[in-house]
Design a protein around this ligand. Structure first.
Ligand code: GDP
Length: 197
């Protein structure tokens, strides 16, 4: 399985903006500056996602169409880039407004196959992460975790972090990743494409 093309599709603010599109979707979700845009670009091997600017400034969701080859047949999927949430210096109201915007989008979207929760490998989980976990679990949304910027830590540290996060978030699906050197790309891509095939 490999990606053969990727392009920006559109920016949406609600599920109605998406309703003509029946492709399976993977949602990328995470705090600002965690490396979400870099991750999407590295996965797609195309510079489709733009680095986020002011944290919490937008509620818009950017959709990208990704084409991939699977055993000789071509398929497509949507990668959706959710606005960065949280951020220690932003008021709690930012998180709530994010929640409301995403809520409607997710609730009425039948095409979501999985959330990819993007975390910086160097950071510890905090109360905002606990809130997001509760939010995800309350909606029974399938999710996997990506630990970005793994090139900034030793293999040993990253492996230990992977195990710790798996215990904390109660999931086996934890993928270390580096947008800088591409490590972890193959494993994550295989995981994602299996979800959308
Ligand atoms: P976003 O706000 O979550 O979309 O984060 P960006 O993708 O814009 O990345 C934020 C910063 O982290 C940028 O300066 C990136 O160059 C850097 N960055 C992102 N991913 C990696 C990575 O895997 N390794 C390293 N060393 N830096 C990264």
């Amino acid at each position: 399985m490999r990606i053969i093309g990727a392009e920006y599709l559109k920016t949406v603010v609600g599920p109605n903006d998406r309703k003509d599109c029946i492709l399976p979707e993977i949602c990328f979700i995470g705090r600002s500056n965690v490396g979400k845009s870099s991750l999407i670009n590295k996965l797609a091997m195309h510079k489709i996602a733009r680095t986020s600017s002011t944290p919490g400034a937008t509620k818009a969701i950017n959709l990208y169409k990704v084409r991939f080859d699977h055993g000789g047949s071509q398929k497509s999927a949507i990668f959706s880039d959710f606005p960065g949430f949280g951020y220690s210096k932003v008021a709690r109201s930012t998180y709530l407004s994010w929640e409301q915007a995403i809520e409607t989008y997710i609730a009425e979207n039948r095409y979501i196959r999985r959330l990819l929760w993007v975390l910086d490998v160097r950071r510890s989980l905090d109360t905002l992460d606990a809130a997001l976990l509760a939010w995800i679990n309350a909606r029974s949304l399938p999710f996997s975790v990506v630990l970005t910027k793994s090139d900034k830590e030793s293999r040993q540290f990253t492996l230990a972090k992977k195990k710790a996060v798996a215990v904390q978030l109660l999931t086996e699906m934890v993928f270390p990743f580096s947008s800088k050197d591409g490590s972890g790309r193959k494993e994550l891509l295989t995981h994602i494409l299996r979800e959308v095939e």
